[in-house]
Design a binder for this molecule. Structure first.
Ligand SMILES: [Zn+2]
Length: 200
């Protein structure tokens, strides 16, 4: 296996190729990458193919999982496309969520312990700010929520007043059984005579 493919495997890169690896002046590992051709020129919001717009703000870095005790970053161009729906946006990259300075693998690594321990402990462990932990958790939760149907498998919901809510097996809107009403419909509150005793 060629050296760059070994790096791609170590970093968990899919849909991208490694161009080179260096250690910068601060002792950090910087891995130059580029998306594979089918992954290029895609809107960062919806992921659809779009026309290229410009080169954006040039090279950009994403924090990746540490390589042993060494901080690691992916570095790549961040051009922009003009999406018919979302306008001019930075292209999507296969290794990170849109608008994030961290790789998706790094964010997954942060999100799991953040659910089980304090944000400040995770921040110290992963060597990021406390605020970054919160933003990462938001992004991961939003993405996870898209893949989860919170009503999957639900057949019936208890409903106030003794009714129930059934979910049709073929999907569609929930149908609510109204509780049987006994007696005439009560008058709206503003027309109802007051039963309170007058104030003395
Ligand atoms: Zn779009």
């Amino acid at each position: 296996m060629r050296e760059n493919r070994v790096w791609a495997r170590l970093l968990g890169l899919e849909g991208a190729a490694v161009e080179g690896v260096k250690i910068d002046d601060e002792g950090q590992a910087v891995v130059a990458v580029r998306p594979h051709h089918p992954e290029r020129d895609r809107c960062g919001v919806c992921g659809r193919r779009a026309l290229g717009f410009d080169l954006g703000e040039g090279r950009r870095r994403w924090r990746a999982l540490d390589l042993g005790a060494t901080l690691a970053f992916l570095e790549a161009d961040a051009p922009r496309v003009k999406c018919p729906e979302h306008g001019v946006v930075v292209c999507a990259v296969p290794w990170a969520r849109h608008g994030s300075r961290f790789t998706a693998a790094f964010e997954q690594q942060v999100a799991w312990p953040a659910v089980n321990t304090s944000g400040s402990a995770v921040a110290e462990l992963m060597r990021i700010s406390w605020r970054s932990v919160g933003r990462i958790c938001e992004r991961v939760a939003v993405e996870a929520g898209r893949d989860i149907d919170l009503l999957a498998g639900l057949r019936r919901l208890p409903c106030r007043g003794g009714g129930r809510t059934d979910r049709p097996s073929g999907g569609g809107r929930l149908r609510r059984d109204r509780p049987a009403r006994r007696g005439p419909r009560p008058a709206p509150a503003r027309h109802r005579p007051s039963r309170r005793r007058p104030y003395r």
